[in-house]
Each structure stands twice: as C-alpha cells, then as structure tokens.
Design a protein around this ligand. Structure first.
Ligand code: COA
Length: 161
C-alpha cells in the first residue's frame, strides 16, 4: 500500500492508552513541558493515571496524546494534549479533542474545561474563555498545589456538553 495513504491523518487511530504507550507519552511530555507548553508530569504520574490517557497513532506510532481528568461527576478537564511536532497542523489535535469531547459526553459529564496557552485552538470546538473563578472545583482542588498557583498565566476554557 502507498505510504502516503497510511500517513493520512484520516487513517489515524485514537485509543485508550496502554502500558506500551507510557514511554511515548513521557517523551511528548518531556518535550512540551521543556518548551513550557504544558505543565510537567512525571512518568510515574502518567503511569498512575494511565486510565485518563488516550493516544493517537499513525502506522502504529504514537504521534499524540490527551487526558480526560475527572473533577466531579459533572466536570472533566482535557489535560496533557500534545501532538508530535513532525505531525503538527494535520488535523490530529482536532481529532483528539473531538474524541475526548465524545468520551466526556458518553460518560455523562456536563462541562468540559481546559487550562491552556492556546485558547484559540479550543475555540474552534466551541469552548469559551471563562474566568478561573467559574471553575472553583479545579482551582481549589488542584491548582492550589501547582507551583504556578500565584501567577498562573494559562487561560481557562469551558464547553457545555
Ligand atoms: C495545540 C496542538 C495540540 C494542536 O495540534 P495540531 O494537530 O497541530 O492541530 P490541528 O492540526 O488539529 O489544528 C486544528 C485547528 O486548530 C488550529 N490551531 C492549531 N494550533 C493552534 C494554535 N496553537 N493556536 C490557534 N489555533 C491553532 C489550526 O489552525 C486548525 O484550524 P483550521 O482547521 O481552521 O485550519 C499542538 O500544536 C501541540 O501539541 N502543541 C503543544 C502542546 C500544547 O500547547 N497543548 C495544549 C495544552 S492544553
């Protein structure tokens, strides 16, 4: 088969992460945390929370990931959304976000949020920029433990499902 067919993002597969995906997720995390695009998470943290992670694969290579973290029975968060640089701008980040929105709906969440440096990306999927005060579950449950708590420069975005 022609390789260009397999490389087509439409042939990318999204699935729940497994143990085999931990090192690829860790490599994406190391890269984008160093660039300051995402908050760092250790390989131990990824492994402990593997149930939350989804990966996107092309030709059996993990080229991106994203996590769906649960806060309350009605609020979930998209975290650790990353696409490998050599696969960027091909629609794969969008595919992952659509998958995570679908999962969140199927699981009965009413609201889906993210804290991000790329709010415009999320606006394409009808997330709205909101004040962090609109998300007390997140801010007072998790952010208080973050080293950026007193000078958080991320933007909160929220979508009603
Ligand atoms: C943000 C990221 C996930 C986007 O993935 P991607 O596969 O390159 O994005 P896509 O190709 O699916 O883009 C889909 C749409 O979003 C837009 N978009 C992509 N990145 C964007 C950005 N940084 N800012 C604004 N819009 C963006 C694209 O232009 C495209 O719009 P179009 O359909 O009108 O052309 C990827 O650039 C990445 O991994 N960045 C580093 C980590 C990061 O910042 N993650 C977000 C943490 S919450």
């Amino acid at each position: 088969m022609d390789d260009s067919v397999n490389e087509n993002p439409r042939h990318a597969e999204v699935h729940h992460a497994t143990d085999q995906d931990v090192s690829a997720i860790g490599a994406l995390m190391e890269r984008y945390a160093a660039l300051g695009n995402v908050l760092p998470r250790t390989v131990d943290d990824i492994r402990r929370n593997l149930d939350e992670f989804y990966v996107i694969e092309i030709q059996s290579r993990v080229v991106g990931c994203g996590a769906l973290e649960v806060f309350t029975p009605e609020l979930a968060e998209i975290r650790s959304l990353m696409i490998a640089e050599d696969y960027a701008a091909r629609g794969l980040g969008g595919r992952l976000v659509e998958h995570l929105i679908g999962e969140a709906r199927t699981r009965g969440f009413k609201r889906l949020m993210a804290l991000t440096y790329v709010p415009q990306f999320f606006h394409k999927w009808e997330f709205e920029t909101v004040s962090k005060d609109a998300l007390p579950e997140k801010v007072w449950g998790i952010c208080v433990t973050c080293y950026k708590f007193n000078n958080c420069d991320e933007t909160a975005v929220l979508k009603y499902l």
